[in-house]
Design a protein around this ligand. Structure first.
Ligand SMILES: NC(=O)c1ccc[n+]([C@@H]2O[C@H](COP(=O)([O-])OP(=O)(O)OC[C@H]3O[C@@H](n4cnc5c(N)ncnc54)[C@H](O)[C@@H]3O)[C@@H](O)[C@H]2O)c1
Length: 273
């Protein structure tokens, strides 16, 4: 049996200190598990404390409650990382929320709620984490790494998705601004965005129900909506959280030492059509 199939990694991020947001379930949980298996010291964070603590216990990692929209929460989480681990190497801004609604029915408060979590949350994460990353980043050739979860919907339009799509487009651009700024300042911190297509998580289970209710893809049947989403992807299936986590692992690791400001699709070919 290989090391991989036994669940023991190859140490691709051995010794790295990592903070993952929205890690209680879905893609964030897969990222936290994989980075820990590959040798990182992972601090999983989430708004949902019960689920986050359960994940941490099961994966043998640490948990800290963190609402990404609250600057005081960020201060406390980063202070813990500095006190317990002596700094931070990798930040994964994964927490995000979705909304399926036609534009005329999207209230200003709906729009702001999505922007607050998906955009302000990433901004606060980058801003809060960088001071804790610089020293360790400068001491290594590959430097620190920030990975932001955007989406194919940050690059392509889809009906009934104005707030989410706009927020994910902003994450893509925030990533590029931060990447260029940190490179020019000599921080040695790389910043990249990851763009999944539809991935099997609790978020998507909820969204598929909403898309079928809205009839966004021309059907109100849940199974037909699911099939229609899969058919839009050249690979013909919905992705898995573990497949997104593998891309995040690459970007977090020193293997991606010459990549910054980039956009990395994990989309079954969606952006190629
Ligand atoms: N699942 C997909 O198809 C897909 C596709 C493209 C991009 N993404 C992005 O990937 C990321 C993860 O998505 P997922 O499908 O795993 O979602 P999910 O809803 O299954 O999990 C998201 C996690 O984020 C947490 N969270 C929500 N608001 C938070 C806040 N304010 N502070 C801290 N934590 C908060 C939730 O408690 C939850 O544990 C999101 O940014 C999402 O937009 C997902």
């Amino acid at each position: 049996m290989s090391e991989r199939t036994r669940g023991v990694g190859m140490g691709r991020v051995a010794g790295k200190i990592v903070l993952v947001t929205g890690a209680a379930q879905g893609i964030g949980a897969a990222i936290a598990r994989l980075l820990a298996r590959e040798g990182a010291q992972v601090l999983a964070t989430d708004l949902d404390q019960a689920r986050g603590q359960a994940l941490a216990l099961e994966a043998g990692i640490a948990f800290h409650p963190l609402d990404v929209t609250a600057e005081a929460d960020w201060r406390r989480a980063i202070a813990r990382v500095e006190d317990e681990y002596g700094g931070l190497d990798i930040l994964v801004n994964n927490a995000g929320i979705a909304l399926v609604k036609p534009i005329e029915e999207t209230t200003l408060e709906d729009f702001r709620r999505i922007m607050r979590v998906n955009v302000e949350g990433v901004f606060l994460g980058v801003k809060s984490a960088v001071p804790a990353m610089i020293e360790r980043a400068r001491a290594t050739r590959a430097g620190g790494s920030i990975v932001n979860l955007s989406s194919v919907l940050g690059m392509r339009g889809i009906p009934d998705n104005v707030a989410y799509g706009t927020s994910k487009g902003a994450v893509r651009q925030l990533t590029k601004c931060a990447a260029v700024e940190f490179a020019q300042r000599g921080y040695n911190i790389r910043v990249n965005s990851v763009h999944p297509a539809i991935t099997e998580t609790p978020m998507v289970a909820r969204e598929l129900e909403e898309w079928s209710r809205e009839g966004t893809l021309g059907t109100q049947s849940l199974s037909a909506t699911r099939a229609a989403f899969a058919e839009r992807l050249p690979l013909g299936r919905i992705g898995l959280p573990e497949e997104v986590a593998q891309m995040v692992l690459f970007l977090a690791s020193d293997e991606s030492s010459f990549s910054t400001g980039g956009e990395f699709a994990v989309d079954g070919g969606r952006l190629a059509v």
